[in-house]
Design a protein around this ligand. Structure first.
Ligand SMILES: C[S@@+](CC[C@H](N)C(=O)[O-])C[C@H]1O[C@@H](n2cnc3c(N)ncnc32)[C@H](O)[C@@H]1O
Length: 232
C-alpha cells in the first residue's frame, strides 16, 4: 500500500512513521509512506498557503491552489480529508481502507481548508472523534496506524489483530502474564489449565461481559449464540 500525507508540518509525522509498526511495514516493503509539505506547492514568494476567510471572522483558511496541486502531483489514490466534520473513524472503516492500494491524507490547519477542496478533490472526510485538534497530522497518523496494522503480513502475529477490541464489535478479553501471583492477585485458574476450549469460552464470556458493561451499544452488531444471549 502507498500512503501520502500532505501537511504544513512534516516534522510532526517524522517520528511516528519511522518506528514500531509503521517503520516495520516500510522496511518489510509492505508500505510506502511519503510525507509532502503543502508549502512546496505555493507560488507565493513567502510560501504562504493560507488566507483570510471570505465574509470575515477569525482564523485563516488553507487556499485551494497548493492542495489541489499537491494532490495532482501524486499518482491517483483515495483522497481523505481529516476534519472534525467527517465520518467518525472506527475499526470497520480501518478494515475497509486496509483494502485500498493508495491513500492520500490531507491535513488541515488553522480554521480548516477552502470548501472547494472538500467538494472537488476529496473522496472521504474523516474525523477521529468529537473534539478539535490544532491540525490534521495526529488524526492522519491515527488512521494510518489503525489501517496499516490490518494489512496482511504487517503484524508479527496475525492472530493479534483478529482478537483486538472492535474487530468483531466486541471489546478485547482480559490478558495476564507472569508472575502467576502478583501482590496477592492471582491469574484465573482456567488460563493455567491448558484446556483450549475452556480458555476460548472463558475469554469469549469475559469479552462479552466487558462489552456489556462498558459499551453495550456495540452488542447490537453482534450475532450471539443462545448461550451468549443469556449472558447478555
Ligand atoms: C483547528 S482545526 C479546524 C476546526 C474547524 N474550524 C472546525 O470547527 O471544524 C484544524 C484542522 O485540524 C484537523 N482536525 C482537528 N480536529 C480533528 C478531528 N477530531 N478529526 C480529524 N481532524 C481534525 C483538521 O484537519 C482541521 O482542518
Amino acid at each position: 500500500m502507498r500512503i501520502d500525507i500532505l501537511t504544513l508540518f512534516p516534522e510532526i509525522c517524522e517520528s511516528p512513521i519511522n518506528y514500531s509498526i509503521l517503520g516495520r511495514a516500510q522496511k518489510a516493503g509492505l508500505l510506502k509512506l511519503v510525507v509532502t509539505n503543502i508549502r512546496d506547492f505555493s507560488h507565493d514568494s513567502h510560501k504562504k498557503v493560507d488566507d483570510y476567510s471570505y465574509g470575515g471572522g477569525p482564523g485563516m483558511v488553507l487556499r485551494p491552489g497548493p492542495i489541489f496541486e499537491a494532490v495532482e502531483s501524486l499518482p491517483s489514490g483515495k483522497v481523505i480529508l481529516m476534519t472534525p466534520a467527517g465520518r467518525v473513524f472506527n475499526q470497520t472503516l480501518a478494515k475497509e481502507l486496509s483494502g485500498e492500494s493508495h491513500l492520500i491524507f490531507v491535513c488541515g490547519h488553522y480554521e480548516g481548508v477552502d470548501e472547494r477542496i472538500r467538494k472537488e478533490l476529496v473522496d472521504l472526510e474523516l474525523s477521529i472523534g468529537d473534539y478539535v485538534l490544532t491540525g490534521g497530522e495526529l488524526p492522519a497518523l491515527v488512521v494510518t496506524e489503525a489501517v496499516v496494522r490490518l494489512i496482511p503480513g504487517v503484524l508479527g502475529n496475525e492472530e493479534s489483530a483478529v482478537h483486538d477490541s472492535f474487530s468483531d464489535h466486541v471489546l478485547d478479553y482480559p490478558h495476564y502474564t507472569r508472575p502467576q501471583e502478583f501482590r496477592g492477585m492471582l491469574v484465573p485458574e482456567v488460563l493455567l489449565s491448558g484446556h483450549h476450549e475452556k480458555i476460548r469460552q472463558w475469554r469469549r464470556k469475559e469479552a462479552l461481559l466487558r462489552t456489556l458493561e462498558r459499551r453495550p451499544d456495540l452488542l447490537a452488531e453482534v450475532q450471539l449464540s443462545e448461550k451468549e444471549e443469556k449472558l447478555a
